[in-house]
Every structure is written in C-alpha cells, then in structure tokens.
Design a protein around this ligand. Structure first.
Ligand SMILES: C[S@@+](CC[C@H](N)C(=O)[O-])C[C@H]1O[C@@H](n2cnc3c(N)ncnc32)[C@H](O)[C@@H]1O
Length: 285
C-alpha cells in the first residue's frame, strides 16, 4: 500500500494523490511507528528536506518505507555529480557500450532512449556525455520521483552561479511515463542507441546492490517481460541496442533468439551490444 503525505505541500500532495490514485496521509510515521507490524508493507511518498539543506530550497519527493531511508532522485548533487566529474568520461564502460570511441567519434554524440530509466543514474551519464536522452519509465511512482528531480534540477540551474555544463546536461534529459515497448512501437521515436537495464531477479541478497535499487526491487519486483522490450528496441534503434546485465547472467531472451554481436565488460556488469547494421546484413531484422 502506498500513500502520499500532505504534511509539507498539501496542494502538491492532493494533485499527486489524484494523479496516481493514491490516498493521502497527514504525517510521516515516526521512526518508532515504522517498526510496528502494520507499517512493514507500507510505502509513503513525502516531500522532505535533507539535514543540511536550506529550508528555502524546494523540498524533494522521496519514497519512505520501514526498510530504508528515503529513496529519491537527485540530478544536481551527490553521487551523480561525483560520477560526472570522476566517472571516466567517454572511456568508461557505459560510454563505450553506447558507442563512444567507435560509432561516435569526436563531438558526434548519439540520441539515446533509456527504456528503463529507474533512478536516472545511467540516463544522467549519457546526458553528461552530451547525448540527448529520452528516459522512459513505466512505474508511475518512479516516474514521479524522476519528474520531481527534473523540476528541482531545472529550478537549480537557473541560478547564475550554476556550472554551465551541468545546466546543459539537465536540458538534455526528457521523461515519459509509459511502458517503453508500447511507446517505441506506437511512437517510433528517433534514436541512434536504445538502452535497456531491466530489473534482474535477485537470487540472494547481494551486498553490491545499492540501497535505492534494493528498494526498487522490493517495490516493483523483477521485470519479466523484457524480451518484448528487446524486440521493440531492435525494431526502433538506427544503430545499436545495449542491454545491461549482471556479469554472469545469461543474455536477454529474444522472441526469435537474436543474440548480441559484442560485449563490453566491467567487474560486476556486462553490456550486450546488438548492432543493427550487422543484424540487418545477416537477415535477422
Ligand atoms: C534496474 S532499474 C533501471 C535503473 C537505471 N538504469 C538507473 O541507472 O537508475 C529498471 C527500471 O526499468 C523500469 N522498466 C522495466 N521495464 C520497463 C518497460 N518495459 N518500460 C518502461 N520502464 C520499464 C522499471 O520500472 C525500473 O524502474
């Protein structure tokens, strides 16, 4: 059960509750209340300020539960900025996977559709490398977290002292709340590269899975229909489809058993690459 807390912004809460068809809650449970049995299966969407945050800044929307601190998306501070500055730029495995240094040289950048936007981490990396990025997310709850983060980021980059590169990165991110397979097939949006990072069924509790991904796994469960998404992506991308997998996981199933042509590997992750040109030349598409 999910509810929307109206403590800080009653009007916004009413609008979000109506949009998502969720009930309203007057106040966030206290730490003690979260421990009670009745709250163990509950989730609360609530606006909040972080400890060191200026109370005049817009509060952020987070997803609270008994099992973790608030899960929220932040395009301006924290980990995403660290990765932007120190993540390895166009040489990092994710960048090579979408074709930097091979398909796209110099200032050439792909238009990317991230069909499984989630917490926006990978989409932000693409945008910080100069790509126009369409993020597609089907969970209305996760899409609401992404939209809130985008709104706050647009607000923040209007300040004169904002890093112009960060401002440009934010302008390149766009969001759609939809099932990506349906969206690709119906809208046929232009894309050089289409990216998939479906939720993988966790066999055991892995310490390497980040807190926010654990919460997403609990809320959404594994994505069991990704072969349909892969088929739609292969029909839509003009150059490449990239699928992110855990390092030892099998390749994603495809209705006609299409397999990747190449891989980019990193310690815990493998990126399976499907070249549209090669698949067409082989008569598979
Ligand atoms: C593992 S998470 C993606 C994490 C993301 N790459 C990141 O960097 O934060 C998978 C997300 O994809 C979404 N998703 C899965 N299948 C989808 C589909 N067919 N259309 C849209 N969203 C989808 C899920 O709801 C979930 O939020």
């Amino acid at each position: 059960m999910i509810s929307v807390c109206q403590q800080l912004y009653p009007h916004k809460a009413l609008a979000l509750g109506q949009q998502l068809g969720l009930p309203l809650l007057d106040a966030l449970p206290t730490a003690k209340q979260w421990q009670a049995a009745e709250w163990q299966e509950q989730w609360v969407l609530a606006w909040f300020h972080e400890k060191n945050q200026d109370e005049n800044d817009p509060a952020q929307l987070g997803l609270f539960s008994a099992h973790s601190g608030p899960v929220f998306v932040d395009f301006i501070g924290g980990k995403k900025q660290h990765r932007r500055q120190f993540g390895g730029g166009k040489g990092q495995p994710l960048a090579r996977a979408v074709g930097f240094g091979s398909l796209f040289q110099g200032d050439d950048t792909p238009r990317v559709i991230d069909t499984t936007a989630g917490m926006g981490n990978d989409a932000f990396v693409f945008a910080s490398l100069g790509c126009e990025v369409l993020m597609i997310e089907r969970s209305p709850i996760v899409a609401a977290l992404l939209q809130d983060a985008l709104n706050r980021a647009h607000h923040a980059v209007q300040h004169a002292d904002c890093d112009p590169e960060l401002a440009a990165t934010i302008q390149r991110l766009h969001l759609v709340n939809a099932d990506a397979a349906d969206y690709l097939l119906q809208q046929q949006p232009p894309a050089d590269v289409i990216y998939l990072d479906p939720m993988y069924p966790e066999k055991k509790k892995s310490a390497s899975v980040k807190k926010e991904m654990k919460a997403l796994q609990q809320l959404l469960g594994p994505d069991m229909d990704s072969s349909r998404l892969l088929a739609a992506a292969l029909q839509t991308a003009s150059q490449r489809v990239v699928v992110k997998r855990p390092a030892k996981a099998p390749t994603l199933e495809h209705p006609q058993a299409i397999q990747p042509n190449a891989q980019v590997e990193s310690p815990n992750t493998r990126y399976d690459l499907y070249s549209i040109k090669a698949l067409k030349a082989a008569g598979k598409l």
